[in-house]
Design a protein around this ligand. Sequence first.
Ligand SMILES: Cc1cc2nc3c(=O)[nH]c(=O)nc-3n(C[C@H](O)[C@H](O)[C@H](O)COP(=O)(O)OP(=O)(O)OC[C@H]3O[C@@H](n4cnc5c(N)ncnc54)[C@H](O)[C@@H]3O)c2cc1C
Length: 365
Amino acid sequence: MNSHPAPLKFPRKSTLKGPATVIMLYKLCLIGYGAAHMLLAGYVLANHLVHPREILIIDPHHDGGALLRDWPHVVSNTTYQQFLDALTLLGIPHPNCQYDPAAPTELQCLAHALRETIRTLLGPTVSRAYGYVSKLEKTGEQPWKITAGKQSFTATTVSLAIGATPRALPTQTPQIPLHCAFSRKSLATYLSPADTLTVFGASHSGALIVQAAVQSGCDVNLVYNTPQPFYFADEGAYDGVKLETAVLARQILADGLGGKVRLIPYSDALAVHSALIKSSWCVSACGFELTHYPQVFVDGRAIHTESSLPYNPATGIIHPRLYGWGIGFPSTTTLEGRTYVDVSIPSFAAHIYAQRAQLAADLSS
Ligand SMILES: Cc1cc2nc3c(=O)[nH]c(=O)nc-3n(C[C@H](O)[C@H](O)[C@H](O)COP(=O)(O)OP(=O)(O)OC[C@H]3O[C@@H](n4cnc5c(N)ncnc54)[C@H](O)[C@@H]3O)c2cc1C
């Protein structure tokens, strides 16, 4: 027998004549439904912090987010076992998929596996709304008011995991969208074999894009903005390239994939300039930024700014009872004076787990 009460209901005066309309007061509203919020939903449900009836999820698609929509065929930089370990940490049951635990999978496999597992936990009673949240408002001790298009909702705790946009560089050379740059097939929409492509960013994504462009017959300029072009996890680098991508990165360093790849330090402005002049296209694979976030007002005062929605990376808290997670609001790690953003399923899981006491407190009252 379930001890969770049904969600509270708010009597609200209707502007029309007739009985008062009733709107639901949810305990937890998840805005965005990608990897980070699937993990959070799995955590709060598997640990009985909320009942599915008390959760509202708002997302334009409910498809599993960018892993499925934008990067389905990109090979993961984590093994399948690391994904399962992230679920174990949060107490989420493992999916029934049969993949080699020691190998990485395509990202769509992780998105499908996560979606299926969490779908079982959510059951049929969870509420879903489709659309983009544009505004959050809180007045005094009242719950959050959430606006998505013409709809509005209320919830006592709200969580944002709305993804992020690949950072664009101010180049004169046109840029291929990042999600079109990982495969020969989608690159062929933009490039012909005689073309030269400039890729900004020597990391997991950059190496995979270089490989796809060389396989398409193109020459590639790879621009790196660090003291050396690649860092390797097996040499102890935090956030270094790993698994198959480390093999590829070493091939790029060894012979430029048969002389097709030229490595250029970003600090060499003349070389970057001349690379761009000779390139028909470029790709920016150098980080992400939060762009389409909701406006947030507390007691009538905006807590968002024109360029950001400030949050505490150590706690995930934007405001009491308003959290931010995932690639849009990542935790950070500082080592030897350098700060890294922690963007992966294992790091999202670790961040959620670290905030379990605060989550439990917010969801119990
Ligand atoms: C190229 C690439 C490769 C990666 N590879 C790996 C990997 O190998 N392994 C790994 O663990 N991680 C990987 N990551 C990191 C991370 O797991 C993904 O970025 C993941 O998609 C982030 O999940 P998210 O939930 O933060 O955002 P998303 O998956 O982007 O989900 C956000 C959701 O919010 C919705 N949304 C946006 N705005 C609103 C709004 N206002 N209202 C309602 N909904 C909204 C979006 O439509 C989307 O559905 C990779 C990332 C990238 C970019």
